[in-house]
Design a protein around this ligand. Structure first.
Ligand code: 5GP
Length: 111
């Protein structure tokens, strides 16, 4: 299933890319909810954490390492990493992505 993020991976639509390697891409969210809001995605089309296979674990781990890297590159010491799994949890793009959010105070629990 192709999504808008598949189009970003294939460079069919533009994005403000901040990190890329052979398996992972990170780019700025088009509708940021905080001064820093970066999306980190696997290039492989995994839908969500809720549908990932055990064989996806390595690339998901790489995504988390990239979350840490882009947060550091953005100058963040404190930040939040969020992934919404399923429409009822707020997922709107069905290609796995981790939101890296920071640069302001963040309350808990989320809505
Ligand atoms: P979700 O709601 O699935 O957890 O998050 C999807 C995120 O993708 C949203 O924060 C939304 O702003 C972002 N987004 C949707 N379409 C685009 C796009 O075309 N470009 C970028 N950079 N972000 C997008």
């Amino acid at each position: 299933m192709s999504t808008i993020f598949g189009k970003i991976i294939r460079r069919e639509i533009p994005a403000d890319i901040v990190y890329e390697d052979d398996e992972v891409l990170a780019f700025k969210d088009i509708n940021p909810v905080a001064p820093v809001h970066i999306l980190v995605i696997p290039k492989r089309e995994i839908v969500s954490i809720g549908t990932m296979e055990p064989t996806d674990a390595a690339v998901v781990g790489r995504c988390l390492a990239v979350c840490r890297q882009v947060a550091e590159d953005a100058g963040l010491s404190d930040f939040r990493v969020v992934t919404n799994s399923g429409a009822g949890a707020g997922q709107s793009v069905f290609h796995l992505h981790f939101h890296v959010v920071g640069g302001r105070g963040l309350s808990w629990p989320p809505g």
